[in-house]
Design a protein around this ligand. Structure first.
Ligand code: FAD
Length: 324
């Protein structure tokens, strides 16, 4: 039986949601599922993976892997792939993996399908699709016969696949890898964290998003206030990103991030199809819009027809009373 290797990206205390999506998909492949966990704290985390169908977890606790360095990560990932020779490597299409895996593919001579949004397995073979031309169409990717015997790498966007449930406390065998000395060509000297410590949109459990109805960047403060009471992350529509009000990292939608929070509050967002493509996986959607015919109301669990400048501060006050 061939095998599949899941690159298990984590946040130190737990795996990222995208990792659980990949583990769930890997279990449907019929292939043996193994995982690679890197960085300090990876061994205790890896012990959870038995419950996710993982037979063997390769771990490297080396402190030099605490922060991403492409040369060090390349060395250890290439070593893991060369020793296991998996049929497939599944990794999230995160910033880190988008940078790392083309290098890995070149080093271990493998094929890559990146930024995929659909993944299924038929008889152990992967079927993948990815969006093209800013989401105007999607392409089916097939690995050619010439890749037979070669590892194939698939990078999946987060929040595209379902997450299954853990299966009790199954054992996982842990294999420790050690980082070989690398003659580094680059060195990270300093990391300056962004101003916000908020969770990335793709990991957030609650999102407060703003659209053109917010009228200007200065009014995003209203959304920040609501988000801070709820412990939420602030997102945005493309219209306001294109207008330069907020950075692209905050964009939700087809050409932004795909999110799947428990609660999504859309403020002054019309509900264009490209925006819905990125957030319709949210469990509960609350829309605030002054136009009762706005398309967002057709997708929302609760709709508030009203002015964001009245409704949002009122919600912030009410949640403050309830939660603080
Ligand atoms: P608008 O459509 O202008 O809506 C503003 C809403 O605010 C209106 O419904 C209005 O009634 C309401 N409003 C105004 N004032 C108030 C007020 N005071 N109180 C309450 N409500 C008020 N869009 C995305 O979001 N994400 C994407 O990833 C994305 N990708 C795209 C890719 C392609 C290829 C294309 C062609 C488009 C894409 N778009 C995307 C753009 C999308 O089509 C819409 O243009 C965009 O989502 C509209 O943003 P909006 O809802 O903020 O603005």
């Amino acid at each position: 039986m061939g095998s599949i290797l899941v690159f298990a990206e984590h946040l130190g205390s737990d795996f990222k949601r995208g990792t659980y999506e990949l583990l769930t998909a890997a279990q449907t492949s019929g292939l043996e599922v193994n995982a690679l966990v890197l960085g300090p704290g990876s061994e205790p985390l890896a012990k959870k993976l038995g419950a996710w169908g993982v037979k063997e977890a390769l771990v490297c606790e080396d402190n030099n892997l605490k922060e991403y360095n492409p040369e060090l990560f390349l060395s250890i990932v290439a070593e893991a792939i060369s020793s296991l020779k998996p049929e497939y490597v599944l990794a999230p299409a995160s910033m880190l993996c988008r940078d790392l895996f083309p290098r890995v593919a070149q080093k271990v001579t493998s094929a890559v399908a990146s930024d995929c949004t659909e993944l299924s397995f038929t008889g152990g073979a992967a079927d993948v699709r990815k969006p093209l031309y800013a989401g105007r169409c999607s392409a089916k990717i097939e690995f050619q016969n010439s890749t037979s015997g070669m590892t194939k790498i698939i990078l999946m966007r987060a929040n595209q696949l379902p997450v299954g449930s853990p299966m009790g406390q199954a054992e996982v065998s842990i294999k420790k890898l050690s980082l070989k000395p690398v003659d580094l060509k680059t060195k990270i000297k300093e990391i300056v964290k962004g101003a916000t410590e908020k969770l990335d949109l793709t990991e957030a459990n609650i999102i407060v998003s703003g659209g053109r109805g917010m009228k200007g960047p200065e009014h995003f403060k209203l959304l920040e206030d609501l988000a801070s009471v709820l412990g939420a992350t602030v997102g945005a529509s493309r219209a306001v990103v294109d207008a330069g009000w907020v950075p692209h990292s905050m964009q939700v939608g087809q050409t932004g991030k795909t999110v799947a929070p428990t609660l999504y509050i859309a403020c002054g967002i019309s509900g264009a199809i490209q925006h819905l493509a990125g957030m319709s996986g949210s469990k509960v959607i609350v829309a605030i819009n002054k136009d009762p015919d706005a398309p967002i109301f057709q997708k929302s669990t609760y709709g508030i027809v009203g002015d964001v400048f009245e409704v949002v501060p009122a919600l912030t006050e009410e949640f403050k009373k309830l939660l603080q």
